[in-house]
Design a protein around this ligand. Sequence first.
Ligand code: CUA
Length: 335
Amino acid sequence: MNPFTPAQRRCSRLLLCACALWLAGCGGVQSSLAPAGREAERIARLFWWMTGAGVIVWVSVIALAVYLVRLQADPRDRRRNSVLVIGGGVVVPTVVLTVLLVFGLAMLPPAVARAPAGSREVHVIGEQWWWRVRYLRQDGSAVDLANELRLPVGEPVQLRLESDNVIHSFWVPSLAGKMDMIPGRTTYLTLRPTATGIFRGTCAEYCGTAHALMGFYVEVMEQDAFRRWLDHQAAPAVPVAGPVAAEGQELFLATGCNACHTVRGTTADGVIGPDLTHAGGRLSVGAGILRSGPDAFRRWIATTEQLKPGVHMPAFGMLPDAELRALAAYVEGLK
Ligand code: CUA
């Protein structure tokens, strides 16, 4: 016979569902609890130790309360009072909190330490609402990109974070903690990826209308693949392939896209919006809004305002569909 009432069974099912939903947040491409970088591993360790200690304290306090209730002792009972003082009031909390404080403080210094001298440096500049990315190459030259970072696995990378508008915060939960980007100041964050894969980053500081839609992807690659990728990014845009893309390129220049966007190797040299030289090879469109795919650029160009309210780029939905498709084919072809 089932010892539980129907109400209790319903309640336990609800609790199980809540736990499953809660645990589902522990994985994925944007989770501090699925670390793929040294700083994130430290943060995850701190989280689990703090959670474990919290559970121990909670269970101890409940056990103590149950014990005292069952004891039914007089408030002047010395045994009751010494249990309260030692267990619940002074000794145990002091010991537990001191141990956790020392443990937490010991983790702090490496989390904010700079990468060793000579490490690769990447500038990330927070815009409203996208990310300007500049790689410095070993020969001193710079490569401007946008809304995506690629990193070599096992190598420390020094990020130099800036903003010239409002405060943003750079955060890739799987790789490291968050770091504010403050107008007029330069902040630093070191990433030390330990595993290859694709991870998602986001802006972690409210920065205006489209704050929640200011995302990006980070791909951690094998070191050789990373170097080949960076060499390709430094090169000018690939030649236009096919008549549709060629028509798209003409439209790109005729409709004024070039006033805001650069495509290296062409006359498009605007700097207000993201550099599009290799936009077709990126993982997302519109700063993490749409996963790249055959229709992503057309949707983005036609309905920017619906996809990202507040965005500074005007929508070009008034263009005929054939022209939208040509424009999209051109940008998508910029691999
Ligand atoms: Cu940028 Cu929030």
